[in-house]
Design a protein around this ligand. Sequence first.
Ligand code: ATP
Ligand code: MG
Length: 223
Amino acid sequence: MHDALLRAREVCKSYDNGRILALNGVSLEMAQGESIAVMGPSGCGKSTLLSLIGLLDAPTSGQIIVAGEDLARIKNPSAFRARSVGFVFQDHHLIPAMTVLENIEAPMIALGLPRQERRERAITLLEQVDLMPRAHFLPARLSGGERQRAAVGRALANRPRLLLADEPTGNLDSVNGARVVELFIHYARQQGLGIIMATHNPDIAASCDRIIRMRDGKLETDV
Ligand SMILES: Nc1ncnc2c1ncn2[C@@H]1O[C@H](COP(=O)(O)OP(=O)(O)OP(=O)(O)O)[C@@H](O)[C@H]1O
Ligand SMILES: [Mg+2]
């Protein structure tokens, strides 16, 4: 794939001095702007795979290239994460003492954007995730769906190339879950954003371009 956004080659990850093999030779390529759902039973390695692609952790062996950068050569993982990847987890991970607006602005500080531009971008994102009326609320005062939409806004704040979502709808009812995923897919199509989303929900997975299935740390099929 010439313009691949992601290239993973024979990625292995073991824990506990090799006693646990969470990933056992995963190879995967994705194009710019492609959306991929990762499915498979609990413990098959979905979250591990996402954490390596997002440089939250390093593989035991194998190679991962994101947007042309070999992750093993990156000296400053947090700077890479800030500029290239957005994360959405099952729990929203919003900062409780910050308003929704401030939470969405927070990642832009790491990019060094001036205050005015941070505010303007955050307001646009709030409109896009339909949370303008909640801009000055603390996360504790939002519904579960609203929190997760705020988390989507934050993940998109730095205009990442790749969005990594780990069971992003796991705590939501089907209506709110579908709404959050529609937001992702909308951005993927509009901005050429790649999405890798781990999910147990077949309906959610079906809205992605491609579904990959894992079992025991390996890729099973590529549908
Ligand atoms: N930090 C860790 N230390 C030791 N073992 C770990 C660690 N993280 C994950 N594992 C193990 O690696 C394997 C893969 O875990 P992972 O969290 O990637 O699964 P998953 O597919 O995301 O499961 P789930 O659907 O339950 O979220 C499991 O056997 C798990 O127990
Ligand atoms: Mg998981």
